[in-house]
Write a protein that binds this ligand. Structure first.
Ligand code: FPP
Ligand code: MG
Length: 325
């Protein structure tokens, strides 16, 4: 069974409510906003962030009716960031469909991202909970920092593992961390609870991006829903390549850098470099690293007694390693 099918089966009721809310807040008097919004948000999407939020709220014994509406804050920010990211990457495909920038152009895609981002802020503002709003806005700010940092490291073949980790922590993990911490803030939990959930989300988020970057070297477009080898083509030096380069002889490493940085690499060179990364042990090394972040995330839930929401969170956490798209 595909690993996500299990998540789908166990969370069907929550996913129905989440998807209803995502559709509801999308309404606008401008039809293009609704068209791009439905295309980008509805249908595909794993809804990991809303699911994490719902289960964390339940773990904190928060049972308010607004859980599902508030969960959309995080999917909106995530989708807004992907709309912008696809413009930056000039991407044609997202979530197994043509990307919004491909269908409607860069201008419309960026503005739709702005709309969703601001929509998420106004939903967060509706809580009248300043620490909640602060956490959401700080996460979105740090995502932008991470993305700009990634931009400055594009085509930098000397990117170190630490620099890479800093980028993925900011651009991806910080939002997952905010998702989980916000549930503790909303429920008025003790600071230790917020801290535990914040660490849970952060470690899960780091593992998520490690696997995302690994799948870019190992998966197929049919499975992954976006072209593979995309990072290398975009000049993104991610951990699979960083680990592989570190094991090469200086001369060979410099030859490859010259070939790819100067834009002289052809299809065959890309294929060969991807094969090299796949055969070099970097993939297993990264899977082990991701597993250690997932284990660390699970440890953060140790202070919570056994319960259905805790088991749901641990299942989502395990899924991060098993996922194939
Ligand atoms: C996808 O990663 C992109 C992100 C995780 C973050 C993008 C962040 C921004 C554009 C800045 C913040 C913007 C807003 C609206 C808050 P990836 O490129 O590794 O994944 P991909 O392969 O799916 O494109
Ligand atoms: Mg991208």
């Amino acid at each position: 069974m595909d690993p996500y099918s299990l998540i789908l089966t166990h969370n069907r009721k929550h996913l129905t409510r989440i998807n209803e809310e995502l559709g509801r807040a999308l309404s606008s008097r401008v039809s293009l906003i609704e068209d791009i919004g439905s295309h980008s948000l509805l249908g595909h999407g794993k809804r990991l962030r809303p699911l994490l939020f719902v289960h964390c709220c339940h773990l904190c014994q928060y049972e308010g009716e607004d859980i599902y509406r508030l969960s959309s804050i995080f999917e909106y920010i995530h989708t807004a960031s992907l709309l912008h990211d696809d413009v930056l990457d000039n991407a044609d495909v997202r979530r197994k469909k043509p990307s919004a920038n491909h269908l409607w152009g860069n201008h419309a895609a960026v503005l739709e991202g702005d709309f969703l981002c601001l929509k998420s802020s106004s939903i967060a503002l509706g809580t009248n909970n300043l620490p909640f709003l602060k956490r959401v806005i700080e996460a979105a700010t740090q995502m932008t920092e991470g993305q700009i940092m990634e931009l400055t490291y594009t085509h930098n073949w000397n990117t170190t593992p630490d620099e890479y980790m800093e980028i993925i922590t900011s651009k991806t993990a910080v939002l997952m961390s905010a998702v989980c911490a916000c549930s503790a803030i909303l429920s008025g939990s003790e600071p230790e609870v917020e801290e535990s959930l914040s660490r849970f989300g952060l470690n899960l988020g780091i593992a998520f991006q490690l696997i995302d970057d690994l799948l870019d070297y190992t998966s197929s477009q049919e499975e992954f829903g976006k072209p593979v080898g995309k990072d290398l083509r975009e000049g993104k030096i991610t951990l699979p390549l960083i680990y592989t380069l570190a094991r090469l002889q200086r001369l060979e490493r410099d030859r490859l850098e010259g070939l790819f940085r100067n834009g002289h690499a052809g299809k065959k060179d890309y294929r060969e470099l991807i094969t090299l990364v796949n055969n070099d042990g970097a993939i297993e090394q990264i899977r082990d690293k991701a597993r250690s972040y997932v284990d660390e995330a699970a440890l953060s839930l140790d202070p919570f007694p056994d319960s259905a929401p805790k088991r749901n969170l641990l299942e989502l956490n395990r899924y991060i390693i098993d996922r194939t798209y």
